[in-house]
Design a protein around this ligand. Structure first.
Ligand SMILES: Nc1ncnc2c1ncn2[C@@H]1O[C@H](COP(=O)(O)OP(=O)(O)OP(=O)(O)O)[C@@H](O)[C@H]1O
Length: 329
């Protein structure tokens, strides 16, 4: 029972006892039994709300298991260069609320495109369609000219490296966490990926180096360090298409710049899509798409977008004036 409820019961109870309407014994028994009753009722409320979450999670696990059993016979397994084309793509999670409303754009193999947009504008949904986590209802998405629904789903997902904002690390060593995506990779490949993700020096500063355990029994990594381990885990797969879904947000600006430089200088330059709210990250991309309510409302290079009114210029003004203020502090 919270202090407030306890206070009301006590004040009321003492008043009734003092005016002789109830005995002191009745008051004590009432408070005791109320305490017994309240806790199970609260627990019941929690169980009911957890049951709702369990139902949704069970449904999703079922979908994943079903997908694994799906036949992919006859689907293509092409070698992918990384040319991406969205043509008039529509998508909604449920029929009433459209999330993407006619998205069209092209990315050439090896290009870096950044996406900016208010929360809920459909950025994550757009990149998840590319990895076929969901299927679009109308329009066409092509990779190297092939409709992605004609490509074997597992094959496609191996070519598209999607790094999420809150990556999951297992309670294993850092090396095992990086190698997870490519068990055949040797140590030099692990170090190369960690270097590109700007996390090698942090790892080697630990007493156990790459054998350091992550999680409760080992080191607790910061949000930015976890993101960089997850980036290394994706880079070790050598995917021709890389997607950073706000996954550079917890990394400081300089490290972010270092990672982007490494990616650009990679031998086989991957097609890269970066979702970010940080203007310095966006500015380094070859092209920026601005999304609003499931539509592309602006598209161009940093120089082009700061010359026209719109969300990009507003964010640029706010973030640059903040940086100037910080310099003077
Ligand atoms: N699995 C889902 N089921 C139902 N609706 C969803 C699901 N995922 C996202 N949405 C809804 O779709 C819309 C677009 O979401 P999305 O995550 O793509 O936006 P976003 O631009 O990436 O936002 P943020 O910047 O906050 O990550 C939102 O209204 C969101 O509530």
């Amino acid at each position: 029972m919270c202090m407030f409820q306890m206070g009301i019961v006590l004040v009321g109870g003492v008043y009734f006892a003092a005016t002789g309407r109830i005995s002191l014994g009745t008051l004590v028994v009432f408070i005791t039994y109320e305490g017994f009753l309240l806790w199970p009722i609260r627990q019941m409320g929690r169980i009911l709300s957890d049951m709702g979450k369990t139902q949704v999670s069970l449904g999703r696990i079922g979908e994943i298991l079903k997908e694994d059993l799906e036949e992919n016979d006859g689907k293509l397994k092409p070698e992918i260069k990384g040319n991406i084309e969205f043509e008039d793509v529509y998508f909604s999670y449920d029929d009433n609320k459209p999330v993407l409303n006619g998205i069209s754009f092209r990315i050439k193999a090896g290009e870096t495109v950044a996406i900016l947009g208010p929360t809920g504008s459909g950025k994550s949904t757009l990149v998840q369609l590319l990895a076929r986590l969901y299927d679009y209802s109308k329009g066409s998405i092509r990779i190297d000219g092939i409709e992605i629904t004609d490509i074997d789903k597992k094959w496609l997902r191996r070519q598209v490296g999607l790094i999420l904002q809150e990556p999951f690390l297992f309670a294993r060593s850092i090396k095992e966490n990086i190698k997870l995506a490519n068990m055949e990779a040797d140590d030099s490949k692990v170090y190369e990926a960690a270097n590109m993700a700007a996390i090698h020096d942090v790892i080697t500063s630990f007493d156990q180096g790459y054998d350091t355990l992550v999680g409760e029994r080992g080191v607790s990594l910061s949000g930015g360090q976890k993101q960089r381990v997850a980036i290394a885990r994706t880079l070790i797969r050598d995917c021709p298409i890389l997607i950073f879904d706000d996954s550079l947000s917890a990394v400081d600006t300089e490290t972010d710049a270092a990672i982007q430089k490494e990616l650009r200088e990679r031998k086989d330059n991957a097609t890269t899509i970066i979702i970010s709210h940080r203007i310095t990250t966006l500015a380094r991309a070859d092209r920026i798409l601005v999304l609003d309510k499931g539509r592309i409302v602006q598209s161009g290079s940093h120089e082009e977008l700061i010359r026209q009114p719109g969300l990009y210029r507003r964010i640029w003004n706010i973030q640059s004036s903040l940086e100037r203020d910080l310099e003077y502090m």
